[in-house]
Design a binder for this molecule. Structure first.
Ligand code: AMP
Length: 123
């Protein structure tokens, strides 16, 4: 767990129950909920319950049980959302260059329609 973790970030507040979310799935180590500003027909966020700022923090500091549970949750949510056959995109924005807005690890699951090219080409 990073010493730099901000306990006031919006996902920490959701985990504490201070603000609501539209829940898709939950287990001992993860919570999944619909993004409040969906960018595609299906847009779900999967977060660990532990206080990890980003993927680097999680991969470095989370227990094997937490890591296994996190990836199992992604597979479960993909199934709940019915995305296995049509496909989907996972995004984990990280840090400044990665344009991460909320400093609690989250993976975006996007699908339900063609999500388009991975990145806009530079001019
Ligand atoms: P990122 O830019 O990768 O940090 O993405 C943060 C995501 O969190 C954005 O897609 C937001 O729409 C989403 N978001 C922010 N606040 C909430 C909230 N209260 N409930 C659900 N999603 C949220």
């Amino acid at each position: 767990m990073s010493g730099l973790y901000d306990q006031q970030n919006i996902f920490a507040k959701i985990l504490r129950g201070d603000i609501p979310c539209n829940k898709v799935d939950e287990c001992d180590h993860t919570l999944s909920f619909y993004d409040i500003q969906p960018q595609r027909k299906v847009h779900i966020l999967v977060i660990p319950k532990g206080a990890y700022t980003d993927m680097t923090d999680f991969c470095t500091n989370a227990s094997a049980e937490e890591q296994t549970a996190y990836f199992a949750a992604i597979a479960r949510v993909v199934g709940i959302a019915g995305l296995e056959k049509s496909g989907y995109r996972l995004i984990a924005n990280t840090g400044t260059d990665g344009h991460q807005d909320v400093p609690h690890l989250h993976i975006h699951i996007l699908g339900g329609e063609a999500v388009g090219p991975m990145l806009h080409r530079k001019a």
